[in-house]
Design a protein around this ligand. Structure first.
Ligand code: NAD
Length: 347
């Protein structure tokens, strides 16, 4: 019989891509998701219904999480649920504190109560995995990379809330012995990313004939990893990682924002040329920089390569071309998730 994973935030971008992969590797997934503006049932359409159950609910609801753990007896609880957009954390930090900090506190506490009562065999197999970000490490200058030993120095309300969650996860291992894992990953791209993040936002603006808003001078650098490579890393950490440990994952693909936007424009010029022949890059418009904008992120993930056998399948240029193609082929998905979010605002 397949083992069950309880996956929080599984209707979002990374959680749904991960759930699809986990099911293809033989797991059954139970998803707990509040279906905020970023979570969508459509994201689970590709997963066979008999292998995936969605429960709409909040990770801050202790009674619900306790009930789900008892009912489904999962071999793991993997927390993807979060408020995840830095800009939203600047204009409205409260939801980030609630979900990312209180939510994680509730999950590690409930997981500990559940784990403690398991028999010895189940107890040795169970893992709590906290999905986190490289943004907890702050900002790099022109050189160097983040790794598992980099001190945390979060700069935005988003990264501060994620760092707090990482510390809670660490404390529940150190103090109570809960077998935890934490993964810190660089910027993800790929199918089903809500069109507020750089890559899908730019594709969406270009196709709707709007200006392409680039922060500052476009010089901020991110290390882009395909969501399927990240998902593969999380599964490896879950199955092979040492309890209590942290694993970093990156894409070995540092690019500045302006270069990424220009690449998207060139791909769209080829795949969906404008009728008047003008390049999409003529719509690039530089806008006032994000407050406290981190300059550069980059990850050294040699620990994951060495200890987990992690290797990337996607090279950035090809992965980006596939992603642009996916958004062109899935305009219906884009309009339906944007309509969902609008409905959430007005209800
Ligand atoms: P996302 O915003 O696409 O999805 C978040 C999901 O969590 C949504 O389905 C939403 O409905 C759900 N959710 C939010 N609040 C909830 C709550 N209180 N209770 C239950 N469900 C709730 O985010 P994502 O990009 O898929 O990121 C997933 C995780 O990976 C996050 O923890 C994020 O910090 C981390 N991460 C993201 C990136 C990236 O580039 N996107 C990089 C590294 C790490």
């Amino acid at each position: 019989m397949s083992e069950t994973l309880l996956i929080t935030g599984g209707a979002g971008f990374i959680g749904s891509n991960f759930s699809e992969m986990a099911v293809s590797r033989g797991y059954r997934v139970v998803i707990l998701d509040a279906l905020t503006y970023a979570g969508h049932l459509q994201n689970l359409d590709s997963i066979p219904a008999d292998k995936c159950e969605l429960i709409r609910g909040n990770i801050t609801d202790a009674a619900l999480v306790t009930k789900l753990l008892a009912q489904y007896a999962p071999v793991g609880l993997l927390n993807f649920a979060a408020e995840s957009h830095v800009d939203r954390s600047i204009s409205g930090p409260a939801a980030f504190i609630q979900t990312n900090i209180f939510g994680t506190f509730n999950l590690v506490s409930s997981a500990y109560d559940y784990w403690q009562k398991l028999d010895a065999d189940r107890k040795s197999k169970f893992r709590y995995l906290q999905v986190s970000t490289d943004e907890v490490y702050g900002s790099l200058g022109a050189t160097g990379k983040f790794s598992e030993t980099t001190p945390m120095a979060p700069n935005s309300p988003y990264s501060a809330s994620k760092a707090s969650a990482d510390f809670l996860t660490r404390a529940w291992h150190h103090t109570y012995g809960l077998p935890t894992l934490t993964t810190n990953c660089s910027n993800n791209y790929g199918p089903k990313q809500y069109p507020e993040k750089l890559i899908p936002h730019m594709i969406q603006c270009a196709l709707s004939d709007k200006p392409l808003p680039v922060y500052g001078n476009g010089g901020n650098i991110r290390d882009w990893i395909h969501v399927k490579d990240h998902s593969k890393g999380i599964l490896l950490a879950f199955e092979k990682g040492r309890p209590g440990d942290t694993y970093c994952f990156g894409g070995r693909a540092e690019r500045n924002n302006l270069d990424v936007v220009n690449m998207i424009c060139r791909l769209l010029d080829q795949m969906s040329p404008r009728v008047d022949g003008r390049s999409y890059s003529t719509s690039i418009s530089f806008v006032t920089d994000r407050l406290g904008h981190d300059l550069r992120y980059a990850i050294d993930d040699t620990k994951a390569e060495r200890e987990l056998g992690f290797a990337r399948d996607y090279e950035f240029e090809a992965g980006l071309a596939d992603t642009v193609r996916w958004y062109l082929d899935n305009e219906k998905w884009v309009s339906s998730v944007l309509a969902d979010a609008k409905e959430e605002k007005t209800t």
